[in-house]
Write a protein that binds this ligand. Sequence first.
Ligand code: PBG
Ligand code: ZN
Length: 327
Amino acid sequence: MFPVQRPRRLRTSATLRRMVRETVLTTDDLIYPLFAVPGEGFAKEVRSMPGVYQLSIDKIVEEAKEVYDLGIPAIILFGIPADKDLDATGAWHDCGIVQKAATAVKEAVPDLIVIADTCLCEYTSHGHCGYLGAGDLVGKVLNDPTLELLKKTAVSQAKAGADIIAPSGMMDGFVKAIREGLDAAGFEDTPILSYAAKYASAYYGPFRDAAESTPQYGDRRTYQMDPGNAREALKEIELDIAEGADMLMVKPALAYMDIIWRVKEASNLPVAAYNVSGEYSMVKAAALNGWIDEQKVVLETMTSFKRSGADLILTYHAKDIARWLDA
Ligand code: PBG
Ligand code: ZN
């Protein structure tokens, strides 16, 4: 007869549990998102995201120093321009807000990795992630004309000092276009972190408050993925790898952990999970009401992202996590 199996033997003390723990979260896994706005000395908390601020560049630099001192290796920059237009000028202009922020951060904290989100939605007057058609194509987000603008945006971000380019608009062929643009401009060593599987998600709501990027009409379902689809995520990943992506992202994270797992199984590239704004706001709201233990819930969730295959996690909780792990 077999002896009774007793898995509990390995759970009898904290030290033993530590020894057999399969997945360990570290500060090295974290990427902290920041929102840059014009002005000076400006910090405005985002209504739906307690603890998250729109910051002028001087404040972004202060924040970047703090982030680096906490041991977090990277930030991702989003920009809110002074003016928005049909050509998303603020996205690709050499004096754009993200370009200026990237330069200032790299000057102050050279070892902090600066990731630039590469998309048009914060910069277009209509709030869509691409170039809009006219005439027969009115209201349509046009794929190939958008690629040209994304290429220009990525090159100017790299010129400004961005270490990694992260295209997030779900246009077909965007990795290839950006790779060609970067290479032609001499940025062969600048990696691309592709938002490879990005779903059309209601969890982005609070981000759109933060980035002031809510589409003025319609929604993003003609370019972002349908939440019902998993195989299609593998298709997207396959294309992005073939086009030269260096890292892959799945977004959102919590409701898509099966996708994180499948992407991890299907590729040999580092996988990033974006713990998006709505996921953050739900935890914050419950914590502020005293309904959950914020620290425990956040650490459990992050560990689970890693367990499901994420190598990196983009999260608004990053600074808190770094402090908790250090305590
Ligand atoms: C836009 C973009 C979005 C996020 C990052 N880049 C959302 C959107 O499609 O509106 C979402 C991030 C978050 O919710 O935290 N390309
Ligand atoms: Zn976008």
